[in-house]
Design a protein around this ligand. Sequence first.
Ligand SMILES: [Mn+2]
Length: 394
Amino acid sequence: MDLYKLLMIFFFVNLIYLAHLCDETHVNCDKKSVILPSITNSRMETNKKYFIDQLFDQADVDSARHLIDISQHVVISAHQTPDGDAVGSCLGLAAYLRAKGKDVTVIMPNSFPAYMNWMEGVAGTLLFDRQRQASEEAIAQADLIFFLDLNAPYRMLDLGSVLDAKVAHKIVIDHHLNPVIACDVMFSYPSASSTCELVLRFIHAMGEYDLITKGCAECLCAGMMTDTGAFQYNSNNPEFFILLAMLMNKGADKDMIYRRIYHSYNKSRYNLLGLILDRKIEYLDDLHASIFTLSREEMRENGYQKGDVEGFVNIPLEIQGMRLSISLREDLDESPLVHVSIRSVDDIPANEMASRFFNGGGHLNAAGGRLECSLEEALQIAHKACQAFADYLK
Ligand SMILES: [Mn+2]
């Protein structure tokens, strides 16, 4: 980990240092290309060009530009139980559209963890499940709706059907697989690290990097950070760090954002983690897999607060040789309902496991689902799932 951090620091120092040295290197640019120098035998060569706008179809960007131009009241929304990328992308895009003079309302299907409360624009954000009337008023007025970090309306609780039924222009910006949202323009790029990355690319493709404020940059940086586990995965594309540098150039302090996000947990989180690691996790050593459960009672006894268990499913993968981790967590209110999270490495298809065994889906290495059964039954299903994927795991 220390070596990793050193390498990261080395990379950034070089990027910034070389940016000063080399005229052709400009992460702070309005031009279409960003040229990144490489180092060969201590010699600097500017041999590779990155066209950060090239990902998008120009026709899509032009269509979106037209829809934004003719709209005045914009609603932006994302998936339920919003994470850093969902909130960051919505608020980042909102800041940009407000800078363009639009009236923007961000509506989330339900609440999000408090570690995002520092983001610019959080105060005006509506929660559909708690502020239904104000939300419906904003939706009634809207002439343009953005769906961010979302591939299907059913992942928005009640808000999905309301937005689906609303007649307005609609734009999707997302990185989940298999999008099924009725819209006018869709920017769907499952290869992207995060929706925040796509929003930044979009603003740049619009030729309006200048409109990005510090507050906007901080929101987008937060989502790029949380969707990559603070740059641990899904961030191997060098362009990712060019885009990140473009946000830092606008004043986003990634170190401070890291502390605000990752050093802000409740004590109850660590009580729950202690319980899981001590007594709840089961290691299937021959399959290089682990499963842990967390019951409603255990969460209550330990003073569970929203967001407490986020990322727990990743922790078993820190053990050498571990290739799959499954988390089974009872819903606090609904019964019987078990939330399933799956994390894997390499080519082990967590999304396939999620759809075959857990009524879910997701990405190759990060997926989830839900089971309407007891925790004990869910555990049995998880064991079956691991056996079924034994060929991948062994
Ligand atoms: Mn995301």
